[in-house]
Each structure stands twice: as structure tokens, then as C-alpha cells.
Design a protein around this ligand. Structure first.
Ligand code: ADP
Ligand code: MG
Ligand code: MG
Length: 899
């Protein structure tokens, strides 16, 4: 138990592991003189114990400490928990190490009972407020602790039902229009609903309420939403949540009270503009939930918002005034406080505040979630402002998020002719085009069928998370810049337009009306998350701009990295893109991809079906010039940089036709009978081709293939050299498991080189190396290094063979394995450091024990995944190689590993 209050605290902001993010920062805010209601934090360790030992055991252990801590709060507040005249009310709040917005539960106004509510009414002189708090409490407690929250969209929420009924009877729309008598009626009906649903009376003892809420918060760590969110964000289950119990302050005390949320900078663009939203006479999640239209904090923000919504200035000022206009004193304090918090934490803060009768209280601060663009801009701005240094700025990058900056944006010309059919708030930038769906389940289903969807909702809730995750973009009718949809979309880096007020969504008919026209499920629309505009149909996109702050980040990465990033590229075009992103060469050029283009496959098939070596050589002669030309283009694109080209790898059956019609065609072309072709194709069939006749096993059985490929590579290199390029060919032999395989292949390559150089009377410096992708190669890497000039870990195959999982079939059970916790991640996406990583480490060390300066890299899919890149850096690899669009991500991850 860690207490805080009145400028003192037992915890600190660097104790997030123990106190959770919320608890640690509540403590720190106390210490730096920001007004925070007193309270205490139950540690995350307790949550872990709770999950292991169960409710009974843990509550017994906690009892004394909780009672003592409540006493501490009582003393500071001058109130008493459970007292009839002067009761202490608290909130019970979840709070994990990292923020999981809306995933877990919170209960407000706890401690209210039939007698306490009278006490509060009398003491505050404001019975409406007392009863408003009470009805909120019964509903929240019923939802969160008593499990009455609807489980699915079809379920009716008993509390909402009662609320609608009472509002209807009274003839009002907003909950603020309800009067004391109505609120009393609500409480009565709410309690009856509790009795009906749970068979028990609503707890009248505040202590019983408190224990119920504490346990519910612990339980919420294991709810379905939280589990999904953790999996998506790779948050370990062992972390657990802390529980914060904190004295209530009230934003619902009347028109001098309010509640709100704010960002110290713009979370979408990164601009240094303080912004946020608030609601007068409201509490807790009202702002985020989209119950009433939230108002802006600053005048400027308010005017911008009104312009976007098409609201007239006079209407804005009277109906939706900013906090600066409505409560100037409080706004001034809030602006000072946000600056103080940002200066102190040296990062963009996301704040929650409440104003009780003209006094400002802070309820939360944390480093705000942001888009990739905002992440880059804020870090580079803070670097220029000397708030943080270069290394800190680099560490602020979540490498994965750079991806958002690399992708296309709408083509300006196409936008001009695009028809705007609705306008909302620019909640999360980006360009999205897709087909309309209205439900998260449909979004999932459609996207599994490779359809692009836009999820359209009146508002989103945490239940929609899965759907949002797979959608191209999200459009909501209700909710502001801090609504659930907006916050979550920004966190995902997903395009979102929120609060498009004039659109009319009908879930029943699955239609949406925009600008007087009805659009159906499946119709195409496009969203511009940077302007809030919605367009009819599909709008063209263009490449992203990589200058400015993005270039500055790359410059910093270059300055601090100790490891190069190369790219996996099979064409001059891919090579050029990757070079633009800063690739330092090609780590993997797969030659087989070239065989599938146009007519080339014919020559390849001729080679495969040839009866003898002579026949094969004939066909290979046709392939030679084609390959040479491809390689030349790549050498020219990579002028001055190393280019690793892998010899033929896949099993031959992948190249031959399996359909009768095509087999017939081939037979005719080659002057063979159909039977002969069929027989030849069938004979190539393997039970397990991935472990079959492939890789260097082809080159060892058909040396003339290696000969041709080596010749094509070296001749191309000489051709490129003749055109003035600085070439560095590196010939890579795949799937070596026995050093003799490599010896044999290397000999062919060296002999071919001698011949080519003699014929051309010219030469280039070239290297011969191997992929380490068969476990035996890693185990005997010291021997293999005697022959190899370089190693490149092929971690896709190495993972496959180390786990014994077929890459092509593992999809069937890998998902289940992750759900059951057998595997933490998909080992084909994130390098398994414990197992496969051991082989990589051993291979590197053994290789270098024979050949100290041995150049080592990795070219599996893992080469672009940040945690794997960091692991490779820790082994002292020379480079990682990844697909072009992941090059910037890998560069930043590599730099982070070096600082
Ligand atoms: P979440 O983690 O989902 O944001 P919080 O624990 O932050 O949940 O609670 C949600 C909201 O409830 C807060 O933003 C705040 O407005 C309100 N709240 C929480 N505790 C208090 C309190 N002690 N007094 C007043 N409002 C509170
Ligand atoms: Mg919060
Ligand atoms: Mg391989």
C-alpha cells in the first residue's frame, strides 16, 4: 500500500512496475505540488498474488493495510468512510504499468448508501448533485462489480433501459435536465434492476462495496478485452494491474464544476498546441463517452472546432464556449499546470482533470498516445527546444510506428475532384479507402476475405477493438478528439474521422445517410484523417514525403547505429525504394522470383525436364542472359554497396506445371509426349518439399545450375562495372548443413569466376558465403567458416527447422498456441531468442572463432522486427536485412540498440 496526498507520497513516477502508470504519476504529481485528491495504491504484485491465490486469501492479507490507508485518506479529507453525516467517497481505479485505455474498470462515488447520500446532500447543500452521484454509482457498481454490463450488442443494458424510460416520462433528452425526484426514482429502479438480475440487494455497507470494487479491478485484468489488448500490444500477463483508491472530487456539483481531458501537444500532428475537451456539470467518462457534445478548452481550439463542424461563431460562443471563456480562472490554472507537467515529465502529457466548484484537480497524467507523425514531430521539436537530447529523442521512437509515415497519402489532384459527402473531426491522420461495414464482427470477417473495410459506428467502445484493428479506417458519428475511437485509432496509427455529426447511421438497415444520399454496407468510401473529410468512392493515393523531421530521425539513427541495415530485394525497383529509405546494400536477392516473370518460366521448365546434362546446359544458356540482365540492373541500383545474391533455393517441382492443359502445352513445345511430361512432373513431387531436394542440394546434384548462376552474376557485375558502377557481388549458397556442400559449391563459383575474368580480361572483387538456416550449420559453424566469406542467418528456415514447425502449415495451430499461452508470440514474426536465438548466437561465435572478422548478418523476416533487430545488434552482427518498407524501422531499432 503506497499512500499519497497533500504534497506527500510514498511512491514516485519511476515505480511504474509496482504502482502502475496511474499510481506512480499520481504520487509524483503530489510531490511536485500539483493538486491531486489523496488516496493510496495497492501494488501490481498483489494482483499477481490475487490471480494465484484467489480472492479470499488476498483480501484477508490486505484487510489491515486497506483500513489503515483509508484512515489516512479520512484524516486528510476530514471525512469518514461510511459516516451518515460526513461520508468519505472514493473512486477505485485500475492502472497497469502501461496505459490500456478503457480496457479495465473503474468505479466512482463509492461509499454512497441510502444514509450517506442524505449526508452529502445536506453538507453540500446540493441534493441534486448528491443523487446524481448516487445513481451514477449504482449503475457503475452494477456494471463493473456485479457483472451487469451487457456482454454483447444484442443484450439490453438494464440501466440504460431505465434511464431512457425515466427521461421519456419526463420529456427530456439530457441527463443534466433530470431533477432530484427523477434521480431518486432512478436509484430506486436501478436497485430493483440489480435485485432482479443478481438476486441480491445492492450492498449497503461501504466496506463491502470497497472490497467488491477492489476485487473487480483485479478481475478486470483478466477480462476478454484486456486480454486481447495485451496480446495485440505484447504486454505480458504477469504484469498485473495496480488498484488506486482515491478520494472523490466532483465535476457534477453544478455549473461551477466540470470534468475534462487534455493533451499538452496535438496527438495527431504533434504540433505544440495545448488542446482538450471538457463538459460542465459532468463526471468521469462523460466527455469520452459522447453523451453530450464536449466543448474545447482553449478559445482557439474552440473556433477551429466550430469551423470544422460548420457552427457559427455566435452559436459557438453562447452554446459551446471554451473553458477559457466559461471559467477563465480555472482555464488559466489548467494551462499553467499542463506546462508544468510537460516540463517536468519532458514529454507530451495526456491529462484528466476535474473542476469542483471552481477548484482544479488533476486526476491523471501520462505520456500521451500519439500517431507516428506526432511521435516524430514531438521528439524532434523537443530536441530543437533542448528539452531532451539526441539519444532520448531516438529512444522515444517506437520503430514500428514509423511505418505510418512511409505509406501513401491522398493524391492532391484526385482530392480536388473527390466528392466530399461528410465532415467530421480529424481524429487520426492518414488516407483510407474501403467498403462500409457497421459491426466489428463484420469488419473481421470481411478483412479475412482480404476485403478493405471502413468501420462505421455511431461511437466505438472497447468491444469494437478487434474490428478497428483490421479496418483501413474508422468513421464515427459521435465523439470528439478524445473519444474512444480517436484515442485508440491514434494509438494504432489508423486513420479515423470522428464526430461526423450530420451523418445518419442505421444499424438495423445497415445504411448510412450522408449529404442526403443513402450508402449501403459494402459501398466504397474514403477517409482523410488529417482533414476530417469523407469522400464518395475510392480516391487515389501518392507516395509519402520523407524529408523534414523524418529525415532528421534517420540522420540520428545513422549517427548512433553500429549495425547496417540492408534490404531484401529481387528487382531494381525494390532496390531503389530501399536505398531511398537508407538501405546499405542488399542482404538477400532471391534469384528464383525472377524465373516466374513472362516467358522465362519456359526456359526454366526446359532445364528441369531435360533428360541429361547436355539438355540442361542448352536450357541454361537461354536463362543466362535473362539473369545477367536482372543482376546488372540491381548492381547499378546499388552502386557502391554490397549485393548478396542467393543461388537457386526452392524445390524444382514449384516451377513445373501441375495442370494437364499446361502440361500438354509444354509437351508440344518441347516435342515430348504428354506421358513423358506427366511422368517427369510427377517424379519431382515430394512429400515434404521444404526438407527435400532444394537449396544447395540442387547445386550439388546439378552443378551446371550453379555454374550458370555464378556466371550470370559475375558477368552482370562486370557489365555494371563497365558502366562506371562500383560493384560488390556476394554469392550466397543456401541451405548448407555440411561443410562439404559449401566447399563443392564454392569451388564451382571460383572456377567460373576464373573463366569469366579470363574471357573478359577484367575482374571484380567478389565473395562467397552461405546462409545459416539448417541447425547443423549453426552447430558446425566453425567448420563452415573455413570456407565462407560471410554468414547470413536465414531465420525463417532456421525457425522452421528448430521448432519442427512447417512454415506453411503452422498457421493452423500457432494462433491457438498463442491464445493458450504456450507461445508468447508467433516465432516466425518475432525471433525466438531463447531457442532459435541460441543457434544464431552459437553460429556467430563459432564462425568468428575460426575467422575473426567474419561478416555476419540476418535476412529472415525478423530482420525488420525491432526486438529481433536489437537481439542481432547485441550479438555484434554486421547487418540485418529486411523488406524495403521496414528499412527505416530496422535502422531506428538498430540505433536504439547502440545507445
Ligand atoms: P481509465 O483508466 O479508464 O481512464 P480512470 O481510473 O482514469 O479510468 O477513471 C476514469 C475517470 O473517472 C477519470 O478520468 C476521472 O474523470 C474519473 N475519476 C476517477 N477517479 C476520480 C476521483 N477520485 N474523483 C473524480 N473523478 C474521478
Ligand atoms: Mg484515466
Ligand atoms: Mg531458406
Amino acid at each position: 500500500m503506497y499512500t499519497f496526498g497533500n504534497g506527500q507520497a510514498e511512491g514516485r513516477s519511476d515505480m511504474k512496475n509496482l504502482l502502475g502508470g496511474k499510481g506512480a504519476n499520481l504520487a509524483e504529481m503530489n510531490l511536485i505540488g500539483v493538486p491531486v485528491p489523496p488516496g493510496f495504491t495497492i501494488t501490481t504484485d498483489v494482483c499477481t498474488e490475487y490471480n494465484q491465490q484467489g480472492k479470499e486469501a488476498v483480501t484477508k492479507l490486505l484487510k489491515n493495510d486497506v483500513e489503515k490507508a483509508i484512515k489516512h485518506v479520512e484524516d486528510l479529507m476530514g471525512t469518514k468512510f461510511g459516516d451518515a453525516e460526513n461520508p468519505l467517497l472514493v473512486s477505485v481505479r485500475s492502472g497497469a504499468r502501461v496505459s490500456m485505455p478503457g480496457m479495465m474498470d473503474t468505479v466512482l462515488n463509492l461509499g454512497l448508501t441510502d444514509s450517506a447520500v442524505e449526508g452529502i446532500a445536506k453538507k453540500s447543500g446540493n441534493p441534486r448533485f448528491a443523487w446524481d452521484s448516487y445513481r451514477r454509482f449504482v449503475q457503475m457498481y452494477g456494471d463493473v462489480v456485479l457483472g451487469m454490463k451487457p456482454k454483447s450488442k444484442e443484450d439490453i443494458d438494464p440501466f440504460e433501459e431505465v434511464m431512457d424510460e425515466v427521461k421519456k416520462q419526463k420529456g427530456v433528452k439530457l441527463d443534466t435536465e433530470l431533477e432530484v425526484e427523477d434521480l431518486k426514482l432512478l436509484v430506486k429502479k436501478f436497485k430493483a434492476a440489480v435485485k432482479e438480475r443478481t438476486g441480491k440487494d445492492f450492498p449497503e455497507s461501504p466496506w463491502e462495496q470497497l472490497w467488491g470494487a477492489i476485487c473487480a479491478v483485479f478481475d478486470s485484468w483478466m477480462n476478454e478485452r484486456a486480454i486481447y489488448y495485451r496480446r495485440m500490444n505484447q504486454i505480458p500477463e504477469e504484469w498485473g494491474t495496480a488498484v488506486n483508491v482515491q478520494a472523490m472530487v466532483f465535476g457534477n456539483m453544478g455549473n461551477t464544476s466540470a470534468t475534462g481531458v487534455a493533451f499538452t501537444r496535438d496527438a495527431a500532428t504533434g504540433e505544440d498546441i495545448f488542446n482538450g475537451e471538457y463538459l460542465i456539470n459532468a463526471q468521469g467518462e462523460d466527455v469520452v463517452a459522447g453523451i453530450r457534445t464536449p466543448q474545447q478548452i482553449t478559445i482557439e481550439g474552440s473556433r477551429r472546432w466550430a469551423a470544422l463542424q460548420g457552427i457559427d461563431e455566435s452559436v459557438r460562443a453562447s452554446k459551446y464556449p471554451s473553458l477559457e471563456e466559461a471559467m477563465p480562472e480555472c482555464a488559466k490554472t489548467l494551462i499553467e499546470t499542463q506546462q508544468k507537467l510537460e516540463d517536468y515529465f519532458k514529454d507530451m502529457q495526456d491529462l484528466e482533470f476535474t473542476i469542483q466548484d471552481g477548484k482544479l484537480w488533476l486526476l491523471q497524467t501520462r505520456n500521451g498516445k500519439r500517431t507516428g507523425a506526432a511521435m516524430v514531430k514531438i521528439a524532434m521539436d523537443m530536441l530543437r527546444e533542448n528539452i531532451i537530447d539526441e539519444k532520448t529523442a531516438l529512444k522515444r521512437m517506437e520503430p514500428q510506428k514509423l511505418d505510418e509515415l512511409l505509406h501513401p497519402v491522398f493524391d492532391k489532384a484526385a482530392l480536388k475532384s473527390a466528392k466530399v459527402i461528410a465532415k467530421g473531426l480529424p481524429a487520426s491522420p492518414g488516407a483510407a479507402t474501403g467498403q462500409i461495414v457497421f459491426f466489428a464482427d463484420d469488419a473481421e470477417e470481411w478483412s479475412e476475405k482480404r476485403k478493405k473495410v471502413i468501420l462505421v459506428r455511431i461511437e466505438t467502445s472497447p468491444e469494437d477493438l478487434r474490428g478497428m484493428n483490421v479496418a483501413q479506417g474508422i468513421l464515427t458519428a459521435r465523439g470528439g478528439m478524445t473519444s474512444h475511437a480517436a484515442v485508440v485509432a491514434r494509438g494504432m496509427g489508423k486513420c479515423c474521422v470522428s464526430g461526423a455529426g450530420e451523418i445518419k447511421i442505421d444499424y438495423k438497415t445497415r445504411t448510412i445517410e450522408m449529404s442526403g444520399k443513402v450508402y449501403k454496407e459494402g459501398d466504397w468510401i474514403s477517409l482523410n484523417g488529417s482533414t476530417g473529410e469523407v469522400y464518395e468512392g475510392q480516391v487515389n493515393t501518392v507516395d509519402a514525403d520523407l524529408s523534414g523531421d523524418f529525415a532528421k530521425v534517420m540522420e540520428l539513427a545513422e549517427k548512433y547505429t553500429k549495425m547496417d541495415v540492408r534490404t531484401n530485394a529481387d528487382t531494381p525497383k525494390d532496390a531503389t525504394v530501399a536505398r531511398k529509405f537508407g538501405a546499405k546494400g542488399i542482404g538477400l536477392c532471391r534469384t528464383e522470383h525472377m524465373f516466374f516473370e513472362g516467358d522465362r518460366i519456359k526456359a526454366m521448365r526446359e532445364m528441369i525436364l531435360a533428360k541429361d546434362e547436355e539438355g540442361r546446359r542448352e536450357a541454361l544458356k537461354k536463362l543466362l542472359p535473362i539473369q545477367r540482365q536482372d543482376f546488372e540492373g540491381i548492381f547499378l541500383a546499388m552502386d557502391g554497396l554490397g549485393v548478396t545474391i542467393r543461388l537457386l533455393d526452392p524445390p524444382l517441382h514449384e516451377f513445373v506445371p501441375h495442370q494437364l492443359a499446361t502440361q500438354k502445352e509444354l509437351a508440344a513445345e518441347m516435342g515430348l509426349t504428354i506421358e513423358e511430361v506427366k511422368l517427369a512432373c510427377d517424379s519431382l513431387e515430394e512429400f515434404n518439399p521444404m526438407l527435400g531436394h532444394r537449396g544447395c542440394r540442387l547445386g550439388c546434384t546439378y552443378p551446371e545450375i550453379t555454374e550458370m548462376q555464378a556466371r550470370a552474376i559475375l558477368e552482370a557485375a562486370l557489365d555494371a562495372k563497365a558502366k562506371g558502377a562500383d560493384v560488390h557481388p556476394e554469392i550466397m549458397v543456401p541451405l548448407v548443413g555440411v561443410v562439404e556442400e559449401l566447399k563443392m559449391q564454392a569451388e564451382i563459383i571460383h572456377n567460373t569466376a576464373k573463366q569469366v575474368f579470363a574471357e573478359r580480361n577484367d575482374w571484380v572483387d567478389y565473395k562467397v558465403g552461405t546462409m545459416i538456416e539448417v541447425p547443423r550449420a549453426a552447430l558446425t559453424a566453425d567448420r563452415i567458416a573455413e570456407v565462407a566469406d560471410f554468414f547470413s542467418f536465414g531465420t525463417n528456415d532456421l525457425t522452421q527447422m528448430t521448432f519442427g514447425y512447417s512454415r506453411d502449415d503452422a498457421g493452423k495451430f500457432l494462433k491457438i498456441y498463442q491464445e493458450k499461452g504456450i507461445l508468447k508470440n508467433d516465432p516466425f514474426a518475432i525471433l525466438d531468442q531463447q531457442g532459435v536465438g541460441q543457434l544464431v548466437r552459437m553460429g556467430t561465435e563459432k564462425g568468428r572463432s575460426t575467422k575473426p572478422g567474419l561478416k555476419v548478418g540476418i535476412c529472415g523476416e525478423h530482420g525488420g522486427e525491432p526486438s529481433s533487430v536489437k537481439f542481432c545488434a547485441s550479438l555484434g552482427m554486421n547487418y540485418v536485412s529486411c523488406s524495403p518498407y521496414r528499412v527505416p524501422i530496422a535502422r531506428v531499432a538498430a540505433a536504439q540498440a547502440a545507445i
